[in-house]
Write a protein that binds this ligand. Structure first.
Ligand SMILES: Cc1cc2nc3c(=O)[nH]c(=O)nc-3n(C[C@H](O)[C@H](O)[C@H](O)COP(=O)(O)O)c2cc1C
Length: 203
């Protein structure tokens, strides 16, 4: 009976060790998502993306952390031909790059939430924390997109005021990036990345 108990204990410990070990290693699938995600500037006009698929992306983005769980990010999705055409005209020199993207997503954040406590700035960053949270949310979205086989282009070149009017975006929201979503029609190149030691110091 004692030997049986010992064996059972060893079995349980092995399973626990295996599980912890598995969690500690980065999944190759996740690596692939990270390294194959590139800014795509030419989309396949024949491939569509459904509203349900976009909802999956936004749901993934809801897992992003935010200041005191304020979740200040909002999304306005152009998926109809009419709205897509309208947004294409509001992204400046990006127009040609995203003309075949089947979805264009305008991302905003509500000011006065992240970085604030009882209406007062918590520190010097203020609404910068809203922009920070917005970037995190966008990051989750574009990585989920890549995991689903889609491609994206984040665009900072866009006409914020006209987008506000087009989507009736409230004044308390800051218009951030427009994100093109679709399927790649070209193989994007990986840009040069800075040397690690240029961007990190260990102490
Ligand atoms: C905030 C932000 C704004 C950007 N704006 C544009 C843009 O207006 N047009 C564009 O072609 N790319 C834009 N990009 C894409 C960057 O140029 C791109 O991420 C960078 O060159 C690295 O390439 P990669 O995304 O393929 O890794 C933007 C990226 C970010 C994060």
């Amino acid at each position: 009976m004692k030997a049986f108990k010992q064996m059972a204990l060893i079995a349980v410990l092995s399973v626990v060790t295996l599980q912890v070990g598995a969690q500690a290693t980065t999944s190759p699938t996740f690596d692939k998502v990270l390294t194959s995600r590139r800014s795509v500037r030419n989309y396949d006009a024949t491939k569509k993306i459904s509203e349900a698929e976009v909802r999956t992306l936004i749901r993934a983005a809801q897992n992003a952390p935010s200041w005191a769980n304020q979740q200040p990010t909002k999304y306005y999705v152009a998926i109809s031909d009419k709205k897509l055409k309208a947004v294409q005209d509001l992204v400046g020199g990006n127009k040609e790059r995203i003309k075949n993207a089947p979805v264009l997503i305008v991302s905003t954040y509500e000011r006065g939430k992240s970085g604030f406590f009882r209406g007062e700035k918590t520190n010097e960053i203020g609404d910068g924390w809203g922009a920070y949270d917005n970037g995190l949310s966008n990051c989750y979205l574009i990585l989920q997109a890549r995991a689903m086989g889609f491609d994206t282009l984040i665009m900072g070149m866009r006409e914020a005021d006209k987008l506000r009017t087009l989507f009736n975006i409230p004044e308390n929201e800051t218009v951030m990036a427009v994100i093109a979503l679709g399927y790649r029609a070209e193989e994007p190149r990986t840009p040069r990345h800075r040397e690690l030691d240029e961007i990190v110091k260990f102490f």
